[in-house]
Ligand binder design. Sequence first.
Ligand SMILES: Nc1ncnc2c1ncn2[C@@H]1O[C@H](COP(=O)(O)OP(=O)(O)OP(=O)(O)O)[C@@H](O)[C@H]1O
Ligand SMILES: [Mg+2]
Length: 224
Amino acid sequence: MGLFITFEGSEGCGKSTQARLLAEHLRSVGYQVSHVREPGGTAIGDQIRSIVLGMQNTEIDPTAESLLFSASRAQLVNQIIRPQLAAGGIVICDRYADSTYAYQGYGLGRDLADLRTVTTKATGGLVPHVTIWLRIDPAVGLRRKLHPDASAIEWNRLDAHELAFHQRVAHGYEMLANADPTRWVTCDAEQSIEALAAHIRTSVLPFLHAAHGAISSVTERTTP
Ligand SMILES: Nc1ncnc2c1ncn2[C@@H]1O[C@H](COP(=O)(O)OP(=O)(O)OP(=O)(O)O)[C@@H](O)[C@H]1O
Ligand SMILES: [Mg+2]
């Protein structure tokens, strides 16, 4: 039921920009869309977000960190994502479980099998239908976030890791995408915002067609 789309990628690759543009586009053509982000997306998840991303929390234990991300995810899946999908809606999530594998797994060296076990517990095994990976040189993404015009953009505890960490994360995304090419759509995130948005709109079309019948348009949903 429904269609579950996630956006993944390194810092500053354009996830939030493109998730918003895709949500606006799909709403404009009549779909019911929930647009959420991780960590957070719920009142409880947003409180967890401030703990895991807070610049002051440098002493956070890596296991505590992983479990907090999972706790936020469990709340989001059960409170928002599953009900929206069950109603035949589209969910667009800005980061999801693959961020855990890329950051805590490949970036911090946590055991991937353990992370998968905890993630499955948190999500009940819910996997996105399609994951848009905005592929970028991590140094380019970090430079975008440090640009003076981007002063409103959040600079968090994970951004502040050294470049080598971000390179391991990027390598992690490469491994994850290569392992499941039917779910992952790889996009060149160094093209313009408009060109990238157009490419993403085209890329999700086959998934919309495949989900046809499982997703409802606003018009269909409001017809008695
Ligand atoms: N294709 C692009 N070309 C140049 N700049 C871009 C592009 N996409 C986004 N930006 C700019 O880069 C900055 C980061 O974009 P955005 O917040 O969408 O990235 P993000 O992946 O969500 O970042 P984060 O990892 O912090 O959540 C913003 O200032 C945005 O305007
Ligand atoms: Mg973002």
